[in-house]
Write a protein that binds this ligand. Structure first.
Ligand code: NAI
Length: 261
């Protein structure tokens, strides 16, 4: 479905980003794995090494998505290696509140600022610089898709959850930013959507105090009565990155097993 396409995936070393990188490569895309860490927790080989062992096309770029020159470098490395960018997935994110849920009166301004720095500023920079490159590459034809941007937000950006003021606000910001920039990019054939995962089995969730307690709670309160899997989020991203979704932009797509109605 993505033969000949070039995809940058931030946060590709772990969890959802890793699942996206493996799936997109299996569908024929050349991958730029961008992450501040080469490897995720408890993994034998990095995502990049895994792709190379499979014979897929991949490069790794060490990057901090909250840093402007670092994001510009991801774009430069991608264009140097592959000549273009077709898909930008702004997936890297942090959640202090996964391990330390705190009401606002206990949340420090440092937690708020650092959450926004990665989860909102990082997405803004990724959209800005990948979008600029896609604008340069665009073809004259009106109907062609000239690029795809996918931002990974969270269902908490709509629903909120006790003890997550910084994270929920940041993800709400990503949802609103996605809609705004989708309108900027739409006349240029660049599609911009976000995915709102629900609770998904990744190292981020493993950081929660007790995953088995969370699973027990979900079994009672969640429509599908279980955690989501990274591959399920990657499937949604594949749909949004492929021509199957040519009629869609500005969508905030929940992949949360029905949590958000
Ligand atoms: P994860 O912790 O397994 O992976 C996140 C990756 O992002 C890591 O490889 C980390 O090194 C990288 N990263 C963090 N800050 C970075 C920075 N400044 N620059 C470059 N890379 C950075 O987490 P997971 O669960 O795979 O999360 C992926 C995205 O999905 C995040 O945006 C998260 O907020 C979102 N999400 C996750 C949910 C879950 O239940 N796991 C639920 C809803 C949203």
């Amino acid at each position: 479905m993505l033969s000949g396409k070039v995809a940058i995936i931030t946060g590709a070393s772990s969890g959802i980003g890793r699942a996206m990188a493996l799936k997109f490569a299996a569908e024929g895309a050349s991958i730029v794995c961008a992450d501040r860490n080469p490897n995720g927790p408890k993994q034998k080989e990095t995502t990049h090494e895994h792709l190379q062992l499979r014979g897929d096309k991949s490069i790794f770029v060490a990057a901090d998505v909250s840093d402007e020159s670092s994001v510009q470098n991801i774009i430069q490395q991608a264009v140097r290696e592959y000549g273009r960018i077709d898909i930008m997935i702004n997936n890297a994110g942090i959640a202090h509140e996964a391990s330390h849920p705190q009401p606002i009166w206990e949340t420090t301004i440092d937690v708020f600022d650092s959450t926004w720095k990665v989860n909102v500023r990082g997405v803004f920079l990724g959209c800005k610089y990948a979008g600029e490159q896609m604008l340069k590459q665009r073809k004259a034809t009106g109907r062609a898709r000239n690029g795809t941007i996918i931002n990974v937000a969270s269902v908490l950006g709509i629903l909120g959850k006790p003890g997550t003021p910084a994270y929920a606000a940041a993800k709400g910001g990503v949802i609103a930013m996605t809609r705004a920039i989708a309108m900027d990019f739409a006349p240029h054939g660049i599609h911009c959507n976000s995915i709102l995962p629900g609770f998904t089995r990744t190292p981020m969730i493993s950081a929660t105090a007790d995953v088995s307690d969370l699973e027990k709670e979900l079994a009672k309160t969640h429509p599908l009565q279980r955690l989501g899997e990274p591959d399920e989020i990657a499937n949604a991203a594949l749909f949004l990155a492929s021509e199957m979704s040519d009629g869609i932009t500005s969508l905030n797509m929940s992949v949360d097993g029905g949590l958000h109605g």
